[in-house]
Design a protein around this ligand. Sequence first.
Ligand SMILES: [Zn+2]
Length: 121
Amino acid sequence: MIPWLPGNFAAMTVGRFVLLARPQPTDGTSTLLAHELVHVEQWGQQGRVRFVVGYVSNFLAEFRRRRRWMDSYRALDAEVEARDRTRDWWNRTDESAISTESAISTESATNTDESATNTDE
Ligand SMILES: [Zn+2]
């Protein structure tokens, strides 16, 4: 949940619905969508009342201590979990991209060796 002021928000999760300020790619490359989908899951696990009451009371408690909107928001349990899990998800995506890349370079190295052998013959 990214509760910017209305008209200035990036995205917001309401139950199963993710409201986006701008269209996001749906091919699994949007970290914003990944983040919001963690909230959809939290919402589903805790239920509407518990999630909203928990989120708001968590925010008020943090705001009382920090006195800054953005710092309070970032410290929320639901936001910390969403950030951690989005990062894990993103790192997993990066690892598979790297292994595909090294597989390709190994293949082209083999091809170069073969053509070198062919030239010698
Ligand atoms: Zn969020």
